[in-house]
Design a protein. Structure first.
Ligand SMILES: Nc1ncnc2c1ncn2[C@@H]1O[C@H](COP(=O)(O)OP(=O)(O)OP(=O)(O)O)[C@@H](O)[C@H]1O
Ligand SMILES: [Mg+2]
Length: 332
């Protein structure tokens, strides 16, 4: 029997961080890092989260990875509520879900050789007998495009791209189903970025991996992801399959993000309507009323200042949280 159950489901996730002040560290407020985020990721697909710095992408990732406790909301992995997992299920979950972060230099222990970095999870979880570990490390290095001799190198002896390959090999050691990539290629040169993206795509096909892919480079996210969600100040502004999201955005914020990236095609440049993105992102400790985007939105009306827009379907699989959806002129 085939199942259509998503591998990852996030339902109405809220995460607040207390703001403490003074000698007694009294709580004087709350940073609302994530406010009611919901999405689901089918097995074998890639889901992208994009948005400006501070919009809550990493906080969503950390909640999914069980590195922080959400204020409210439900996260289901393979149908199971992660907050209700017992110790055995949680330990299995920690193997089935792995993370690859932005800066491999800071996430890899500088005093450990690549071989030890990759084999550590195998030893801790007793996945392989000691006699098979060397061969397993060589296999993991090989599928990440590195020769076996890299097992003897230390992180400072490798380039950024090679270190990221080691980070991916270490994640793969646990034979995961979901990999959370938080800005995994953001610190790399464009040509190295392309190689790592090719590697991630190849691994996805071969191993049936599912990705939660976080990035701020729209072209990278568009390329790698099947479905993308655009976040603004802790909420999802718009979500759609990659192509329709970028070809016909329905939320003024999405359009502004796309407009901020210059397009080399002069016909495209001439034909599009530009919505400038002005001003700063407001503080999540003191967010605006109504639609969080209204102070920066050229289309904001009174209703936008008063009422929070729901994330409503505009087309199949395409949802936008905007009272003025439909007033955008399609680009190009
Ligand atoms: N541990 C924490 N304590 C207090 N505030 C936090 C904590 N972690 C994150 N925040 C705040 O929550 C908000 C969201 O942060 P988050 O790191 O999730 O953003 P982001 O979208 O990943 O940004 P970036 O693109 O810069 O990585 C920010 O305002 C941030 O300052
Ligand atoms: Mg982040």
């Amino acid at each position: 029997m085939t199942t259509t159950r998503p591998l990852l489901e996030v339902n109405d996730l809220h995460v607040g961080f207390p703001i403490r002040k003074g000698f007694f560290q009294r709580t004087v407020g709350e940073v609302r890092a994530v406010s009611g985020v919901s999405f689901s990721v089918p097995r074998g697909t890639s889901f992208g989260l994009v948005g400006e710095s501070g919009c809550g992408k990493t906080t969503v990732a950390r909640a999914v990875l069980q590195l922080l406790e959400p204020t409210s909301g439900v996260i289901r992995f393979d149908g199971e509520d992660v907050a209700k997992m017992d110790a055995v299920a949680l330990s299995r979950f920690r193997g089935r879900v792995q993370a690859v972060f932005q800066d491999p230099f800071s996430s890899l222990n500088p005093r450990m050789s690549t071989g030890r970095i990759i084999s550590e999870p195998l030893r801790v979880h007793r996945l392989k007998p000691e006699s098979e570990i060397k061969a397993e490390v060589a296999r993991l290095l090989d599928i990440c495009g590195l020769p076996a001799r890299f097992a003897d190198l230390y992180p400072h002896e490798m380039s950024g791209g090679q270190r990221q390959r080691v980070g991916i090999a270490r994640a793969l050691a646990m034979n995961p189903e979901l990999i959370v990539c938080d800005e995994a290629v953001s610190a790399l040169d464009v040509s190295i970025q392309a190689q790592i993206i090719n590697l991630l795509e190849g691994l996805q096909k071969e191993l049936g991996l599912t990705y939660l892919f976080i990035g701020h480079d729209l072209s990278v996210v568009r390329h790698i992801c099947d479905q993308v969600a655009v976040m603004y100040l802790g909420r999802i502004a718009e979500t759609a399959p990659s192509d329709p999201l970028f070809a016909s955005p329905k939320h003024p914020y999405t359009q502004a993000l796309i407009d901020a990236v210059p397009n080399p095609d002069p016909d495209y440049e001439a034909g599009r309507e530009i919505v400038p993105l002005e001003g700063e992102v407001p503080s999540p400790a003191n967010p605006p009323s109504g639609c969080f985007f209204h102070p920066r939105c050229p289309r904001a009306t009174d209703r936008c200042r008063r009422e929070v827009p729901r994330l409503d379907p505009v087309e199949p699989g395409h949802m936008a949280a905007c009272w003025e959806t439909g007033t955008l002129v399609p680009a190009g």
